[in-house]
Ligand binder design. Structure first.
Ligand code: S3P
Length: 174
Protein backbone atom coordinates (compact mmCIF):
# COMPACT_ATOMS: atom_id res chain seq x y z
CA UNK A 1 0.00 0.00 0.00
CA UNK A 2 0.96 3.57 0.34
CA UNK A 3 3.46 3.61 3.16
CA UNK A 4 5.14 6.97 2.67
CA UNK A 5 1.98 8.97 1.97
CA UNK A 6 3.97 11.44 -0.07
CA UNK A 7 2.21 13.40 -2.79
CA UNK A 8 2.28 12.35 -6.42
CA UNK A 9 2.70 15.45 -8.56
CA UNK A 10 1.98 15.34 -12.29
CA UNK A 11 3.68 17.90 -14.52
CA UNK A 12 3.94 18.18 -18.29
CA UNK A 13 2.72 20.18 -21.26
CA UNK A 14 -0.97 20.88 -21.94
CA UNK A 15 -2.59 17.74 -23.29
CA UNK A 16 -0.20 15.22 -21.78
CA UNK A 17 -3.08 13.79 -19.71
CA UNK A 18 -2.29 15.06 -16.21
CA UNK A 19 -5.95 15.38 -15.22
CA UNK A 20 -7.30 12.11 -16.65
CA UNK A 21 -4.29 10.15 -15.40
CA UNK A 22 -4.32 11.91 -12.03
CA UNK A 23 -7.98 11.13 -11.37
CA UNK A 24 -7.47 7.48 -12.26
CA UNK A 25 -4.33 7.19 -10.15
CA UNK A 26 -5.98 8.82 -7.15
CA UNK A 27 -8.86 6.37 -7.25
CA UNK A 28 -6.46 3.41 -7.63
CA UNK A 29 -4.60 4.55 -4.51
CA UNK A 30 -7.55 5.87 -2.52
CA UNK A 31 -5.89 9.29 -2.47
CA UNK A 32 -7.44 12.72 -3.04
CA UNK A 33 -7.00 14.28 -6.48
CA UNK A 34 -6.36 18.03 -6.66
CA UNK A 35 -6.37 19.82 -10.01
CA UNK A 36 -4.46 23.09 -9.60
CA UNK A 37 -6.31 24.88 -12.40
CA UNK A 38 -9.68 24.00 -10.87
CA UNK A 39 -8.67 25.24 -7.43
CA UNK A 40 -7.38 28.50 -8.92
CA UNK A 41 -10.60 28.98 -10.90
CA UNK A 42 -12.78 28.25 -7.88
CA UNK A 43 -10.86 30.70 -5.69
CA UNK A 44 -10.75 33.42 -8.31
CA UNK A 45 -14.42 32.89 -9.19
CA UNK A 46 -13.57 32.85 -12.89
CA UNK A 47 -12.11 30.56 -15.52
CA UNK A 48 -8.41 30.62 -16.48
CA UNK A 49 -8.99 32.46 -19.77
CA UNK A 50 -10.73 35.26 -17.87
CA UNK A 51 -7.92 35.41 -15.31
CA UNK A 52 -5.43 35.78 -18.18
CA UNK A 53 -7.57 38.39 -19.96
CA UNK A 54 -8.54 40.49 -16.95
CA UNK A 55 -5.61 40.08 -14.52
CA UNK A 56 -2.78 39.01 -16.83
CA UNK A 57 -0.56 35.94 -16.97
CA UNK A 58 1.82 37.19 -14.21
CA UNK A 59 -1.11 37.25 -11.75
CA UNK A 60 -2.03 33.70 -12.77
CA UNK A 61 1.59 32.57 -12.22
CA UNK A 62 1.50 34.19 -8.79
CA UNK A 63 -1.67 32.26 -7.94
CA UNK A 64 0.03 29.05 -9.11
CA UNK A 65 3.01 29.87 -6.93
CA UNK A 66 0.86 30.45 -3.83
CA UNK A 67 -1.08 27.24 -4.39
CA UNK A 68 2.16 25.29 -4.86
CA UNK A 69 3.42 26.48 -1.48
CA UNK A 70 0.14 25.40 0.08
CA UNK A 71 -0.16 21.98 -1.60
CA UNK A 72 3.47 21.02 -1.16
CA UNK A 73 2.89 21.49 2.57
CA UNK A 74 0.26 18.75 2.52
CA UNK A 75 0.56 14.99 2.01
CA UNK A 76 -1.35 12.08 0.52
CA UNK A 77 -2.47 14.00 -2.57
CA UNK A 78 -2.33 13.32 -6.28
CA UNK A 79 -1.80 16.77 -7.80
CA UNK A 80 -2.41 17.70 -11.43
CA UNK A 81 -0.38 20.83 -12.18
CA UNK A 82 -0.95 23.34 -14.93
CA UNK A 83 1.54 22.91 -17.76
CA UNK A 84 3.36 26.14 -16.86
CA UNK A 85 4.15 25.26 -13.24
CA UNK A 86 7.70 24.38 -14.37
CA UNK A 87 8.32 28.00 -15.40
CA UNK A 88 9.11 28.81 -11.79
CA UNK A 89 11.90 26.51 -10.53
CA UNK A 90 10.76 27.12 -6.94
CA UNK A 91 7.53 25.27 -7.75
CA UNK A 92 9.36 22.18 -8.95
CA UNK A 93 11.71 22.29 -5.98
CA UNK A 94 8.87 22.63 -3.45
CA UNK A 95 6.91 19.77 -4.96
CA UNK A 96 10.03 17.59 -5.11
CA UNK A 97 10.67 18.13 -1.41
CA UNK A 98 7.40 16.53 -0.32
CA UNK A 99 6.37 14.40 -3.24
CA UNK A 100 7.24 12.29 -6.21
CA UNK A 101 7.17 14.52 -9.29
CA UNK A 102 6.45 12.86 -12.63
CA UNK A 103 6.56 14.60 -16.00
CA UNK A 104 4.24 13.30 -18.72
CA UNK A 105 5.40 13.80 -22.30
CA UNK A 106 4.07 13.43 -25.85
CA UNK A 107 4.98 14.65 -29.33
CA UNK A 108 3.76 18.01 -30.67
CA UNK A 109 1.51 16.17 -33.17
CA UNK A 110 -0.21 14.19 -30.42
CA UNK A 111 -0.54 17.23 -28.15
CA UNK A 112 -2.11 19.11 -31.04
CA UNK A 113 -4.64 16.33 -31.60
CA UNK A 114 -5.45 16.01 -27.91
CA UNK A 115 -5.98 19.75 -27.45
CA UNK A 116 -7.58 20.55 -30.79
CA UNK A 117 -11.20 20.71 -29.66
CA UNK A 118 -10.67 22.47 -26.33
CA UNK A 119 -11.02 26.25 -26.11
CA UNK A 120 -10.16 26.82 -22.46
CA UNK A 121 -6.39 27.28 -22.77
CA UNK A 122 -5.56 30.93 -23.49
CA UNK A 123 -1.96 30.17 -24.48
CA UNK A 124 -3.16 27.96 -27.34
CA UNK A 125 -5.69 30.41 -28.75
CA UNK A 126 -3.52 31.35 -31.71
CA UNK A 127 -4.28 31.07 -35.38
CA UNK A 128 -1.68 28.37 -35.92
CA UNK A 129 -2.10 26.21 -32.87
CA UNK A 130 0.29 23.50 -34.01
CA UNK A 131 3.12 26.02 -34.45
CA UNK A 132 2.28 27.54 -31.08
CA UNK A 133 2.65 24.11 -29.44
CA UNK A 134 5.97 23.52 -31.21
CA UNK A 135 7.28 26.93 -30.06
CA UNK A 136 6.13 26.60 -26.46
CA UNK A 137 7.47 23.05 -26.21
CA UNK A 138 10.84 24.23 -27.49
CA UNK A 139 10.92 27.06 -24.94
CA UNK A 140 10.07 24.73 -22.07
CA UNK A 141 11.98 21.66 -23.24
CA UNK A 142 14.86 21.97 -20.76
CA UNK A 143 12.44 22.57 -17.86
CA UNK A 144 10.43 19.42 -18.53
CA UNK A 145 13.58 17.41 -19.25
CA UNK A 146 15.07 18.41 -15.89
CA UNK A 147 12.43 16.31 -14.10
CA UNK A 148 13.98 12.89 -13.48
CA UNK A 149 10.76 10.80 -13.67
CA UNK A 150 9.35 11.07 -17.17
CA UNK A 151 6.71 8.96 -18.90
CA UNK A 152 6.15 9.09 -22.64
CA UNK A 153 2.36 8.91 -23.02
CA UNK A 154 2.46 8.78 -26.83
CA UNK A 155 1.20 5.22 -27.22
CA UNK A 156 -0.26 4.63 -23.76
CA UNK A 157 -3.83 4.87 -22.48
CA UNK A 158 -4.48 6.93 -19.32
CA UNK A 159 -4.88 3.62 -17.46
CA UNK A 160 -1.45 2.41 -18.64
CA UNK A 161 0.15 5.72 -17.68
CA UNK A 162 -1.47 5.54 -14.23
CA UNK A 163 -0.17 1.98 -13.78
CA UNK A 164 3.36 3.05 -14.75
CA UNK A 165 3.27 5.86 -12.18
CA UNK A 166 1.92 3.50 -9.56
CA UNK A 167 4.93 1.23 -10.09
CA UNK A 168 7.31 4.19 -9.72
CA UNK A 169 5.52 5.27 -6.56
CA UNK A 170 5.60 1.84 -4.98
CA UNK A 171 9.29 1.48 -5.84
CA UNK A 172 10.06 4.88 -4.31
CA UNK A 173 8.10 4.06 -1.14
CA UNK A 174 10.37 0.99 -0.70
C1 S3P B 1 -0.89 26.45 -18.96
C2 S3P B 1 -1.51 25.23 -18.84
C3 S3P B 1 -2.90 25.09 -18.43
C4 S3P B 1 -3.32 26.27 -17.53
C5 S3P B 1 -3.03 27.57 -18.23
C6 S3P B 1 -1.56 27.73 -18.61
C7 S3P B 1 0.52 26.50 -19.42
O1 S3P B 1 -3.09 23.88 -17.71
O2 S3P B 1 -2.66 26.21 -16.30
O3 S3P B 1 -3.86 27.65 -19.36
O4 S3P B 1 1.18 27.55 -19.26
O5 S3P B 1 1.03 25.45 -19.92
P1 S3P B 1 -3.15 22.41 -18.41
O6 S3P B 1 -1.73 21.97 -18.61
O7 S3P B 1 -3.85 21.58 -17.41
O8 S3P B 1 -3.90 22.56 -19.69
Amino acid sequence: MNSSNKNIVLMGFMGTGKTSVGKRLASMLGMEFVDMDHVIEARAGKVISRIFAEDGEPRFRQMERELTVELSGRSGLVIGCGGGVVLNPDNVQDYQRTGMVVCLTASAETLFQRTSRARHRPLLEEENRFQRIVDLLEKRKSLYEAIPNRIDTETLSPKEVAEAILRLYQASAG
